[in-house]
Design a protein around this ligand. Structure first.
Ligand SMILES: O=C(CO)[C@H](O)[C@H](O)COP(=O)(O)O
Length: 150
């Protein structure tokens, strides 16, 4: 799978092991930085990761900040993006199955690399349900995106 990934300075320490894991799993990666621990504002990198997903350069996005919270707030402001903080296994796959989440946010100050890798594996291997109720709800989210753009 093609994955867009990014972090701020607080997420950077976890990004290295995540990149290693994704490469080992055979994924294609576009890394939008950051590339060191110099302070960088998470909305800047989050927007780049989200744009790659919207442009179909990547199928899913992964954003890492300190808690995952700022990155998920920023990502959810981008129309067409459905983002979630995923710090437990159930959320990591159910958010795709029910809500077609396309950007996962994780917090480097909250979880370690082993848990992060497992969450990412569950997120990437999940697929959106074909059930009518989930499709209907995601369609409502699209409508909210469209009305918010006016
Ligand atoms: O988790 C975050 C946002 O939700 C950021 O990574 C965090 O706020 C960065 O903090 P600081 O600039 O003090 O390192």
């Amino acid at each position: 799978m093609k994955i867009a990934i990014g972090s701020d300075h607080a997420g950077f320490p976890l990004k290295g092991s995540v990149l290693e894991f994704l490469r080992k799993e055979g994924h294609e990666i576009i890394d939008f930085g950051s590339h060191n621990t110099d302070p960088v504002d998470f909305p800047v990198i989050t927007k780049q990761v989200c744009q790659a997903v919207l442009d179909n350069e990547a199928e899913r996005g992964i954003m890492i900040c300190g808690t995952g919270v700022g990155a998920s707030i920023a990502a959810n402001k981008v129309p067409g993006i459905r983002a979630s903080v995923c710090h437990d296994i159930y959320t990591a796959h159910q958010c795709v199955e029910h809500d077609d989440v396309n950007v996962m946010a994780i917090g480097a100050q909250i979880i370690g690399h082993t848990v992060a890798n497992e969450l990412i594996e569950r997120f990437l291997s999940a697929t959106f349900s074909t059930s009518e109720e989930f499709r209907r709800r995601v369609e409502m989210l699209h409508e909210m995106d469209n009305s918010n753009q006016k």
